[in-house]
Ligand binder design. Sequence first.
Ligand code: AMP
Length: 280
Amino acid sequence: MNTINTIHNFRTWRKEITGSLGFVPTMGSLHDGHLSLVAEANKLCTHTVVSIYLNPAQFTPDEDLATYPQNLKHDLKVLSQFQINTIFIPTDSEMYPRGYSTYMQETQLSTVLEGRSRPLFFQGVATVVAKFFNIVRPTHAFFGEKDAQQCLVIEKMVSDLNIRTGILKVPTVRDADGLAVSSRNLNLSKSERDSATIIYKSLFLARKLHSEGIKNANFIKKAMSELIRSVPFTKQDYISISEPSNLKELDLIECDALVSVAVFVGKTRLIDNIYLNSTD
Ligand code: AMP
C-alpha cells in the first residue's frame, strides 16, 4: 500500500497509471460505510485511490472540526485488507496554501437542507472534490447515498463543469439496529447512541405510513418529529420530504420521494435519509 502526502508525488505516481481509476474521498475515521465504497471501487476499477483529508473548508467555526474523530493508524489498518494502490493524505498546506482564495459554488441544490443549516458546507465540499478530481484524475468516483444531497451537488458540478469523472453512488451501510454508520457516531455516549436509533426509526415510520397510503407529506413529517422528540438527547434540525432529483419540498407524495433528516443527539449532529418509491 502506497501512501502519498504531496500533490507533486501523487501526480508523478498518476502519470504511470493506465486503465480505470476509482477514487474514494473520505475524511478519515473509516468505518464500514467507507469500506463499502472502497469495495465497490475495487470491483469496478483497475486501480483504487482513497483520500483521507479532514477538509477544514466545509466547517464553519462553530461546527465540529476540532472534535471530528480522527485515527490514521486505524484507517491504514482497515485499508490494508483491500487492494488499494494509493492512499492520498495531503496536508492543509498542500490543499490550501497561504493566500488560497478560490472556492466552488453550486447555486441551487446546495441552498436547501444541509446547505441551509451549514452555510459553508457545500462550498467546501465542492471545492475540495473539484481539487481532488484535478489532482487524482479519477475515471470514477464513489460517494455514499447516506449523503444524498452531497451526491446530487457533486453530480451537478460534474455535469455543469464538463468533468469527465463518472459518479457512482453506494447504498447506506447501517448498524444492526438501523443507525447509519458514521464517523461522528464515535462521539456519542452510550445513552446518546441508544437515542440515535430513533433517526432510522423515524425514517422507517415514514416508509410505513407511506406504504399504508398516506400521501400527505406534512402528516408524515409531524409523525416523524413526534417520534424523534419522544427520546432523550434529541433535537431535530430538519425533516424534509422532497423530489429526489431536485430536492423541491413535496406537499403530496405522488411519485418517488426522498425523506431526509438532520438531528442533534447531544452535541453530535447526524443525518440520514431514505427513498420512498411509488411502488412501496
Ligand atoms: P466522510 O468521510 O463522512 O466525508 O464520507 C466519505 C464518503 O463515505 C462519502 O461519500 C459518504 O457519503 C460515504 N459514507 C459515509 N457514511 C456512509 C454510510 N453509512 N454508508 C455508505 N457510505 C457512507
